[in-house]
Design a protein around this ligand. Structure first.
Ligand SMILES: C[S@@+](CC[C@H](N)C(=O)[O-])C[C@H]1O[C@@H](n2cnc3c(N)ncnc32)[C@H](O)[C@@H]1O
Length: 297
């Protein structure tokens, strides 16, 4: 399946405020945003794109452009590459690419059989199968509640424990079937494993933890008037973004005079931008996207 870049024009209209600037695409994917940034910036501008997924990095490494640099690492390593206040714009297009679900071998899909892995970066961490082998029922249940909002977390976790005592859970379809077999509601449109697979993916990749760390670093490496654009796909990501940029004045007790409090260094210049109906018709995955844009002040 082709990967369509989400909110492409909208995001780049905010991001590229200086044609000869220095930019970072934190989530290269299949290069949709990266290619368009390269088309918009001047010959003396710079773009660095990160992706922790090796397939994505290998795709990026094929780009021959002297202003472009690809890095195979997590976006929580921005400060390893950039000094304080040196970058003009940073883009995040969070989550997965459609390419992760196209083939079973990456272990993301409950529709295609494959090893139960789910790591973006297969050179680090442990696959989901290894985690499920050792996790307690409480740990599994907590992940399903916390990252999947799965109200049937208790019976799913109990069934996982029951199955793993007989056979190792090694494949995506095996896990999908375990969930489908005990799922109390039979829904036609949404596969019963949808929420669980999302929850396990977020956990195994420490998606929310790395996002928080990255935003902290992004705020340091950005120049004054620099722009951060974040496209999120679910409320857990979006809440982290909102919370991070929330003016710190809100967190102070009422008896401290307002003029002694430093506000966060960012101004929200666009919130809750969503794809048009035309974009959603063309690319169903874009329907849950929310974009927020912040300017360093
Ligand atoms: C939605 S896709 C990006 C699509 C891209 N904008 C495009 O148009 O082709 C998200 C990408 O972010 C990558 N990713 C997820 N978490 C990451 C992290 N912590 N650090 C770096 N890349 C990450 C995934 O591997 C995936 O390729």
């Amino acid at each position: 399946m082709l990967h369509f870049p989400v909110l492409l024009e909208e995001s780049l209209d905010f991001l590229i405020h200086k044609k000869n600037g220095k930019y970072v695409d934190c989530t290269y994917g299949r290069g949709g945003h990266t290619q368009s940034i390269l088309n918009r910036i001047d010959a003396d501008a710079e773009l660095t794109s990160f992706d922790k997924d090796l397939d994505a990095f290998n795709h990026a490494a094929l780009i021959k452009n002297k202003n472009f640099n690809a890095i195979h690492n997590s976006f929580n390593k921005l400060e390893n590459t950039f000094d304080k206040e040196t970058v003009d714009g940073i883009l995040y297009d969070l989550g997965t690419c459609s390419t992760h679900f196209d083939e079973g071998n990456r272990g993301f899909s409950f529709l295609h059989d494959g090893p139960l892995d789910m790591r973006f970066n297969v050179t680090k961490g442990i696959p989901l199968s290894a985690w499920l082998k050792k996790a307690t029922q409480k740990e599994i249940m907590d992940i399903l509640y916390k990252y999947g909002d799965e109200k049937h977390a208790k019976i799913i976790s109990s069934s996982i424990l029951d199955h793993r005592s007989k056979n190792e859970i090694k494949s995506t379809i095996q896990l999908a079937n375990i969930i489908e077999d005990i799922y109390p509601e039979k829904r036609k449109k949404i596969h019963p494993a949808t929420k669980s697979f999302q929850a396990f993916r977020i956990h195994i990749n420490n998606e929310l933890g790395e996002l928080k760390e990255s935003l902290e670093q992004a705020s340091n490496i950005l120049v004054k008037n620099g722009i951060i654009v974040v496209i999120s796909f679910h409320s857990l990501e979006d809440n982290i973004v909102k919370e991070f940029f929330k003016p710190s004045v809100m967190n102070f007790p009422k008896d401290i005079p307002l003029n002694t409090i430093e506000e966060k260094d960012f101004k929200c210049i666009a919130k809750k931008i969503r794809p048009t109906e035309e974009e959603v018709a063309l690319n169903k995955r874009s329907r849950s996207a929310i974009m927020r844009v912040f300017k360093k002040i």
